[in-house]
Design a protein around this ligand. Structure first.
Ligand code: PFF
Length: 448
């Protein structure tokens, strides 16, 4: 068997894992959840969730992945000590793989819209009105075409492998993403109305903290760090034994939360600039418009009102969204592709082609039954399945895996780890506190 591929450097891993984490969830999900959940109160709870719950769960994935050097199914089966638990490992792994693929199938649809709007910012520059109108209309052909295009881009990168595909593209695209985002923030901040938005974003209204907000913040944190479904586990499996996992995991969490925060500095002020320009930013019940209408109506209305500069701003904005989506979608596709290449005789190319085709079929099905399936799949996968899977992974790390073997796996790549807080706290934390906290939040939200 050919030797298993690895990331060529630690930086390459951080770029890839941060690329997976930083996605539409950060740039769209986080700011809009903040807007509809009482502004800074949500930011506060989100940060607590990200560092106290999501980071420990991320560590569980990275540690299991690097130890097992395999996809989520093989890895969980491998650390289980007996037959019933091996069976449970296989089941949890398959559930994770299924959820990763389902997330990709709705994510690809949304990313396709970003590509269509990106192209429209170009056709508008040339004054091709008819084409532009078609690109902006919510039609089945447009949706299918751009979702398919986005899937092809994702498949192209995954077919090229770890170093030449995932790592190379993440290292190219992530710095570009940051440059575009910072430039857009600087521009938006100079516009009238931006300060009003900044206030809404940064001043907490603590009365808004209720069980649903806490569940939303937890779901958002798990979604944002790509947890539970095996992406981080499989990325961890391509890391060398020389790398210190607690440090790399902390770097990824910081970049992810940092970019979500920065995205809020862009989106919320931009909403209020749009208001200055005459756009309606509140819905019928007086809440800020947060769903697709924000990205596909409020912001485009703002770009339109800016004249020629607006075309450039729109181009930059939808490039940003498309890049963010692509570095995330590749990590989702890697989960089933790694499983298929490691558990069947299929080559990486064959596996990518077949699985990419299946996800395309699934996305098409969602598009054909949009009103019933789209929202349902998002809630099922991100609000419930991801935290539930995160919980199961913590149970596998804390209860199923042999304690000594777990401790050895943490030690690799971090010589004096016995003196760190991580060593003293994390093994107990992931065993007792994480599962209890996740479960409590889930149960409370279901019963409240
Ligand atoms: N973390 C991505 C985002 O914030 O958009 C979404 C995501 C990527 C979820 C990969 C799940 C996943 F496996």
């Amino acid at each position: 068997m050919a030797s298993r591929e690895q990331f060529s450097s630690r930086l390459g891993f951080v770029m890839a894992a941060a690329g997976s984490a930083v996605g539409l969830g950060n740039i769209w999900g986080f700011p809009t959840q903040t807007a509809s959940n009482g502004g800074a109160a949500f930011v506060l709870v989100y940060f607590i969730m990200a560092f106290c719950l999501a980071y420990p769960a991320l560590m569980a994935e990275l540690i299991i992945g690097r130890h097992a050097r395999a996809n989520i199914v093989t890895a969980l089966r491998g650390i289980a000590p007996n037959k019933p638990l091996r069976l449970a490992g296989t089941a949890v792994g398959l559930y994770g793989t299924l959820v990763a693929s389902l997330i990709l199938s709705f994510y690809g649809i949304v990313a396709g819209w970003m590509l269509a709007y990106l192209l429209e910012s170009i056709t508008a520059m040339f004054g091709w009105t008819g084409f532009s109108e078609w690109l902006l209309s919510f039609g089945l052909t447009r949706n299918l075409l751009f979702m398919g295009l986005f899937m092809l881009l994702t498949m192209g990168i995954i077919a090229s492998g770890i170093a030449a595909g995932i790592e190379r593209w993440s290292t190219r695209l992530m710095p570009l993403l940051l440059v575009i985002m910072v430039s857009l923030i600087v521009y938006v901040m100079t516009q009238k109305g931006a300060l009003e938005g900044l206030k809404v974003y940064l001043l907490p209204d603590l009365e808004q903290i209720h069980p649903q907000l806490i569940l939303d913040a937890m779901g958002q944190a798990f979604f944002s760090l790509s947890l539970g479904v095996g992406t981080m586990l499989v990325y961890g499996s391509y890391l060398s034994n020389e790398a210190s996992l607690p440090r790399l995991g902390a770097a990824v969490t910081l970049v992810d939360a940092g970019i979500a925060f920065i995205a809020g500095l862009l989106i919320i002020p931009a909403i209020y600039v749009a208001k200055e320009h005459g756009a309606n930013i509140f819905d019928a019940s007086g809440e800020l418009i947060a769903g697709p209408d924000l990205i596909f109506q409020v912001l485009p209305a703002l770009f339109d009102s800016m004249g020629q500069v607006g075309l450039l701003v729109a181009f930059a904005f939808f490039t940003l969204m498309s890049i963010a989506a692509l570095t995330s979608s590749i990590s989702m596709l890697e989960v089933p592709v790694a499983l298929a290449t490691e558990e069947t005789p299929a080559s990486r190319r064959q596996a990518t082609l077949v699985i990419g085709g299946l996800v395309f079929a699934c996305s098409s099905l969602i598009l054909l039954n949009f009103d019933t399936l789209f929202g349902f799949i998002i809630t099922l996968t991100t609000v419930y399945s991801q935290p539930l899977l995160g919980l199961m992974l913590c149970v596998f790390a804390g209860w199923v895996w042999h304690r000594n073997s777990l401790l050895q796996a943490i030690q690799a790549g971090h010589p004096n780890i016995e003196n760190t807080l991580f060593w003293k706290i994390w093994p107990h934390y992931v065993k007792y506190l994480c599962p209890v906290l996740i479960l409590t939040t889930l149960v409370r939200s279901l019963t409240s």
